[in-house]
Design a protein around this ligand. Structure first.
Ligand SMILES: CN(c1ccc(C(=O)NO)cc1)S(=O)(=O)c1ccc(-c2ccccn2)s1
Ligand SMILES: [Zn+2]
Length: 379
């Protein structure tokens, strides 16, 4: 019989893989930058009865060989040793050399945490490669700032990069989309010189705002020129304008690049009410972006990232999980262990704030036109 087109071969059913184990939640609870967020996210997804609709897959820690498929051996060795050492044994100078200070402190067990997060994301990617599912989710991954030999911005290991490298063993072109408030600099750096991975990041770009990269004219280098797409935005953007930008840029990227797989980082620190206090989005707006990506019917890996209002991050990723499952959720937060996180309204939806939007229509139009001109070079 005629071989099914590749996209059909890559998925034999509509299962949604969800990487989960209690040990994984415990590790993330204690060592990620936002203590307790992992169990709040999982608790809400479970409270809405979604876990029984998901195909739960246990994560396993990434091996040193997997971690060093991107990170340097020196960095991983240092992370492993420093993570096991007591305070007085630590060599602070070497640690600072690897970015292991300030925002990325060496806490006991941080290596086991980073290896498990990376292993969870790789487990999800492998399910896509094996055709087990069309969508795989790891809400506790998405640590997009980590560099080859440097921790950065609360990120120790760059699990999106490891997943893309693994997906590239099976798919010739992978599209990475980053909807976190912050520029996905670590992923962009990893693939800025190749046309085999296109990176598309929508983020806040403003003087002095972390990480400071991701301006519109940064389009990649050499063979990778025009395969790096940056959409720099200002404070206060709301759902309709954000989706309007995403819709135009992402549809052009998909139609000219024709990816075979997608990695979508859905950091929730752009939500209204997040302590970062920059964007003014709600899960509905990001959900429209997710819906457009799901309509491509490609193997798709969903990852988390930032998100510093625990309740709103759980609201966002629970809503998106339900959307992937095609389920609608009752508006009131169900009674469950973390119920008190959701006061005073105890509702699933997040309302946009009435904050000033610094993204004028003229600015947004200029950004879209520039990105369109750049993408015209992609064949
Ligand atoms: C280290 N920084 C990062 C790095 C990455 C992120 C992130 O979410 N990346 O996706 C957030 C902050 S940082 O210097 O900008 C900040 C540290 C703490 C910050 C903060 C804390 C509370 C309220 C507002 N901002 S910003
Ligand atoms: Zn962020």
């Amino acid at each position: 019989d005629v071989l099914a087109p590749r996209s059909d071969v890559s998925c034999r059913n509509d299962k949604v893989v969800f990487v989960h184990s209690q040990m994984y939640i415990d590790l993330c609870n204690n060592l990620a930058k936002v203590p307790g967020r992992a169990s709040a996210v999982h608790g809400l997804i479970e409270a809405y009865g979604l876990t029984k609709e998901l195909s739960l897959v246990e994560p396993r820690p990434a091996t040193v060989a997997e971690l060093t498929s991107f990170h340097s051996t020196d960095y991983i060795d240092h992370l492993r040793k420093a993570s096991a050492e007591e305070d007085e044994e630590k060599d602070i100078d070497v640690s600072e050399e690897f970015g292991l200070c300030y925002d990325c402190p060496i806490l006991p067990g941080v290596y086991e945490y980073a290896a498990m997060v990376a292993g969870a994301t790789l487990t999800a990617a492998q399910c896509l490669i094996d055709g087990e599912c069309q969508v795989a989710i790891n809400w506790h991954g998405g640590w997009h700032h980590a560099k080859k030999d440097e921790a950065s911005g609360f990120c120790y290991v760059n699990d999106p990069v490891l997943a893309i490298l693994r997906l590239r063993e099976r798919f010739s072109k992978v599209l990475y989309i980053d909807l976190d408030l912050h520029h996905g600099d670590g992923v962009e750096d990893a693939f800025c010189c190749t046309s085999r991975v296109m990176t598309l990041s929508l983020h806040k770009f403003d003087t002095g705002f972390f990480p400071g990269t991701g301006d519109i004219q940064d389009t990649g280098m050499g063979r990778g020129r025009y395969y790096t797409v940056n959409v720099p935005l200002r404070d206060g953007i709301q759902d309709s304008q954000y989706f309007s930008v995403f819709n135009k840029v992402a549809s052009q990227a998909e139609s000219c690049y024709k990816p075979e797989a997608v990695v979508l980082q859905l950091g929730a620190d752009g939500m209204s009410g997040d302590p970062m206090g920059c964007f003014n989005l709600t899960p509905q707006g990001v959900g429209r972006c997710l819906g457009q990506v799901l309509d491509w019917k490609l193997p798709t890996l969903l990852l988390g990232g930032g998100g510093y209002h625990v309740g709103n991050t759980a609201r966002c990723w629970t809503s998106l999980t339900a959307q992937v499952l095609g389920k609608s959720l009752p508006p009131d937060i169900p009674e469950h262990e973390h119920f008190t996180e959701y006061g005073p309204d105890y509702e699933l939806d997040i309302s946009p704030g009435n904050r000033v939007n610094h993204n004028t229509d003229e600015y947004v139009e200029e950004v879209i036109n520039t990105v369109t001109e750049n993408l015209a070079h992609v064949m």
